[in-house]
Write a protein that binds this ligand. Structure first.
Ligand code: PBG
Length: 339
């Protein structure tokens, strides 16, 4: 075959396009590789049996009874996803969120059932009060104020009950000060020193959580979460939050949301060199779903691009509602490329 005759008009030493010419060459020089091992899959657990109720603002995401949560976990494992993050929808709420530490609550029951059916699955539990309080705030109130230390006491009870049920990792998402240290101490005092803590360390006060509050029925009845979640404008403060949680005993630190805060993920990873998680939250997921439903974007490609960007920013663990779909896409891609 005759090489195509070309006339080079530019005197270039480096032509970056040489390494983009074929899929084989591109894969030699690819810097970020996604793997299903990185994905942690959130599940919303509710009372009853045989319940599988789709969340209207999150197509493909369901509120699941415990038996269905077990099935979903097993299906996820078949796709290559080996971790789940559990949220609970209690049947009763009160003003101090006491259902959060009900030994027979949906989360505690799901932890036991999933660990029984699938012992190797890493079971992580979200520790917060907002799904359990009648007012939808993440803690105990005094008037309209979320009271820090009294809320921490409640969160400790919730974390201990998750550990007692057999959770591998507890993940406090409330953003109260001092909760990581208090949870660590309470777990250790009860012989649960092997249970790890993944702290939602840099959790921003984000409008991207909107669809989640439908899914978890956790919207605040008044006010917002600005007095405890972080101001989206701040990055140095995120580093202080992460440092404090590490000092208090966090094993994994999280940045949340993910895509609007890629710079924060990168700084956290570079500064601390610590296991870092990032949460692609409900709004990030629902925006992709909604645009795809209108034919405005190519969903599979946007899904993979968004997850790749989060990994490239430095996240070791990616929490995503796309976990199963993305894991299947990775399997298909590796079959096609023959590796
Ligand atoms: C609090 C919690 C929230 C999310 C995870 N844990 C909501 C909030 O802080 O209001 C959001 C997750 C998402 O949007 O996907 N328990």
């Amino acid at each position: 075959m005759n090489p195509v005759k070309t006339v080079h008009t530019l005197d270039l030493v480096r032509r970056s396009r040489r390494l983009r010419r074929s899929s084989g060459i591109r894969s030699f020089v690819r810097e970020t590789r996604l793997s299903a091992d990185q994905f942690l899959y959130p599940l919303f657990v509710t009372a009853g049996t045989g319940v599988r109720r789709e969340v209207p603002s999150m197509p493909g995401v369901f509120q699941l009874s415990v038996d269905e949560a077990v099935r979903e976990t097993e299906a996820a494992r078949a796709d290559g996803v080996h971790g789940v993050l559990l949220f609970g929808l209690p049947s009763k709420k009160d003003d101090i969120g006491s259902a959060a530490y009900d030994a027979d609550g949906p989360v505690q029951s799901a932890v036991r059932a999933i660990k029984r059916a699938s012992p190797d699955t890493v079971v992580v539990t979200d520790v917060c009060l907002c799904e359990y309080t009648s007012h939808g705030h993440c803690g105990v109130l005094d008037g309209h104020d979320v009271v820090n230390d009294a809320s921490v006491e409640q969160l400790v009870r919730a974390a201990v009950s998750h550990a007692a049920a057999g959770a591998d990792i507890v993940a406090p998402s409330d953003m109260m000060d001092g909760r990581v240290g208090a949870i660590r101490k309470a777990l250790d005092d009860r012989g649960c020193d092997g249970v790890a803590i993944m702290s939602y360390a840099a959790k921003y006060c984000s409008a991207f959580y909107g669809p989640f509050r439908d899914a978890a029925d956790s919207a605040p009845q008044f006010g917002d979460r600005r007095t405890h979640q972080m101001d989206p404008a701040n990055a140095e403060e995120a580093l202080r939050e992460v440092e404090q949680d590490i000092d208090e005993g966090a094993d994994i630190v999280m940045v949340k949301p993910a895509m609007p805060y890629l710079d924060v993920i990168r700084q956290v990873k570079d500064t601390f060199g610590y296991p870092t998680a990032a949460y692609q939250v409900s709004g990030e997921y629902s925006m992709i779903k909604a645009a795809a439903a209108r034919g405005w974007i190519d969903e599979p490609r946007v899904m993979m691009e968004s997850l790749t960007s989060i990994a490239r920013a430095g996240a070791d663990i990616i929490i995503t509602y796309y976990a199963r779909e993305a894991a299947r896409a990775l399997t298909r891609a590796s079959r096609q490329s023959g590796d």
